[in-house]
Ligand binder design. Sequence first.
Ligand code: PHE
Length: 409
Amino acid sequence: MNSAFISRRLFVRGAAFSSLSLALALAGCKPAADTTTTNSTAPTGNTTSTTDTNAPTGETIAIGHFGSLSGGTATFGKSTDNGIRMAFEEINAKGGLLGKKLELFTEDDASRTEQVPGVVQKLINQNNVLCLMGEVASSRSLAAAPIAQADKVPMISPSSTNPKVTQVGDYIFRTCFIDPFQGTVMSKFARETLKAKKAAILTDVANDYSKGLTEFFTNDWKKGGGQIVATESYSEGDKDFQSQLTKIKGSNPDVIYIPGYYTEVGNIAVQARRLGLKQPMMGGDGWDSPKLFQIGGQAVQGCYFSNHYSSQSKDPKVVKFVTAYKAKYGEVPDALGAVAYDAAYIVADAIKRAGSEDRSKLRDALASTKNYAGVTGTISIDADRNAIKPAVVLEVEGNEAKYVATVNP
Ligand code: PHE
């Protein structure tokens, strides 16, 4: 690094710091940064969020997480943050990376797509993060990805499964499977295991993930000779599903596929049972939350959903992870905690292989991730920056999701 570069960096960082201090003083608040290290350094931002891939030069390696720590999908963001934090603490305890500690800056988007651009820009411009981790919900990852791509900041979603997310550009990655696979998993399960022939679908049309799964499930279902007897819709945040469920009841399906998120799914299930619908309901990873059991109660018993891992697996890697997570957070990790933990280790591994805090080198290292043996399976990043991994099918039993089957890609 030459001295001209250093002095430019110092100037930029000083400028960023003073304008931020002023903004914070005016707002009368402290930085909301959440850190894994005890020494919370002042934000060291790049004022203009340029394409300077050598940008991060702080005392720690700053990583940004944007997620839903509050709102309708709060458990998604919290579990994800728990998983990343646990991985970073383990890595820091072993000496960190490139001679530095990892520092996690977390921003809450309140489960609202329209808040995503603001929090992502804050992480890039004020916290000068090396890369971004998030989101869970595909619609919110899709709101972030164009910003990350334009600024050439690698973005790694641990759990967004809609294909469009990584299609935004070559800086956008995910470490989970995608929905053309996930939709097929439940179609096959309904056909081969439940012996169903007629399916009804209830889609959240405000949600890219739900629309995608509807399409991919339908394709495979029809190909396998199944019939779709009802297609009904709702929007995230809705509370009353009576009219859709009444139509579904009239269509007399063998199964009801509800590829939504846990809050609405729980309410839908309760109202469906009240209307006398006895059929098994099925969904995808969006069902995964301890809240599903609280909201859905009796209504979701015996229902099935596809997911990224089973906490009941006897695989020693899973057992070790579940034990450590339970000791730290007092609860069994849902899939979000597990995929985020794996994603954090993949990021760390890529930083190590990049050998520097250069965002373009980190991008290349992420792209060449091969055979990382994680809690949720062996992860290789393919040419489209997705991971190819098995899925599991789980059945709700009491307050647990019981392991039923593993489906390989
Ligand atoms: N796959 C979901 C989406 O894309 C998010 C999700 C992942 C939810 C894992 C729960 C568990 O929107």
